[in-house]
Structure formats: C-alpha cells, structure tokens
Design a protein around this ligand. Structure first.
Ligand code: AMP
Length: 191
C-alpha cells in the first residue's frame, strides 16, 4: 500500500501529476482544493464557509479541512492507498493526518515535493487562469498571496516529513511526461 503526499507550491503540477499517478498506480486521489470547489459548486454550507478564504488565496481553517479529510478517509477506503494533493498545508494538518491514518492502521509512505521556482509558478498560474475558470488564478494579487501563504505556512510541512525521513525532492520543471518518469522512479522505490 502506498500513501503519498504530493507536495509543492500552487502551480507546481500536483493536480496534473496526480491524474497520471492515479492511472498508473490505482491510488485514490484526495485533493482538498477539488473537494472545496465541489462544495462551492453545490452551494453547501462548507462551500460557503470556504469561499471567502479561497477567493483571497488564504488557507481555509485547519479544523474545517481536517474534518473534511477525516470524513473522506473513513468513507473512501482503498486497498492501494491514497494520493494526498494540496493536503497537508500546515504542520497542524500534517500531525492530524498521521493521527487519522493511525486510526485505520495506516501511515504516510512518503512525500514527493515538486520543486518549481516562483517566476515559473506565476507564468503557469496566469496561463491556467485563462481556461480553469478559477478566480484565484486570474488575479496577480491573489497569485502573489498564494505564493506568500505557501512560503510562510506550508513550506514547514516539508521539514515535518524530512524529520521522519519521508521527504523526496522532484524537479518539477520539464515536460509532464519527464516529470512523471521521475515520480514513477521514486514511487517504485517505495514499494
Ligand atoms: P488548490 O486547488 O490545492 O490550489 O486549493 C485551492 C484553495 O483551497 C486554496 O488556496 C485554499 O484556499 C483552499 N485549500 C485547499 N487545500 C487546503 C488545505 N489543505 N488547507 C487549507 N486550505 C486549503
């Protein structure tokens, strides 16, 4: 079983690579951003709560995210494992993830961290904003805020996994296929 955290700044390619990983390894994709956007689209209370944070590129409060992931893990169990995309984004969330997995006798196998410099992220996010319909990709101030939030609140999560000897760095620049090759190499080494 593989339980993988796919980590990296906004625009690093986590969603794109997750799709390929799901196809190749049959893991269950758990993207907190996708889950929030689904709630938003359906107009649920959770969606309404998350909207103001998402629109500004800020993090939704930990308790809300953790509860949503906990419910998902409890109902969507898979023998092959999970790929966590966009979660955990704070050290508090990382601790909570370890605890909730432990309840099911599971643990994180490893973190793959996609490394992409900020100048490239800005280009990618603006480009994605032309077609994604995502408000948070279409505004330079929101893009800057998301990169800032990543640097200040999310980056320390990498250290959390480094201390557990579970951190693997992946160069996130190049073709989608070549980056996926690097990812497959690391995932096969975990097995
Ligand atoms: P993403 O699709 O991963 O870029 O997430 C879009 C937005 O959803 C983020 O900018 C946050 O507002 C919110 N979000 C997604 N995942 C998390 C998380 N783990 N913790 C807090 N907020 C999150």
């Amino acid at each position: 079983m593989l339980n993988i955290v796919l980590f990296g700044p906004p625009g690093a390619g986590k969603g794109t690579q997750s799709e390929l990983i799901v196809k190749q390894y049959g893991l269950l994709h758990l993207s907190t951003g996708d889950l929030f956007r689904k709630h938003l689209g359906e107009g649920t209370d959770l969606g309404k709560l998350a909207q103001s944070y998402m629109d500004q590129g800020n993090l939704v409060p930990d308790a809300v995210v953790i509860k949503m992931v906990e419910d998902r893990i409890a109902t969507e169990f898979t023998a092959k494992g999970f790929i966590f995309d966009g979660f955990p984004r704070t050290v508090h969330q990382a601790l909570a993830l370890d605890q909730m997995l432990l309840k099911h006798d599971l643990s994180i196998t490893g973190m793959l961290s996609l490394e992409v410099q900020a100048s490239e992220l800005r280009i990618r996010l603006r480009e994605r904003g032309k077609t994604s319909g995502r408000k948070d990709d279409q505004d330079d101030i929101k893009i800057e805020n998301r990169i800032k939030v990543y640097n200040e609140e999310t980056k320390p999560v990498a250290d959390y996994y480094k201390h557990q000897d579970k951190y693997v760095s992946i160069k996130g620049i190049g073709s989608i296929a070549s980056i996926f090759q690097l990812i497959m190499y690391e995932l096969d080494a975990f097995k």
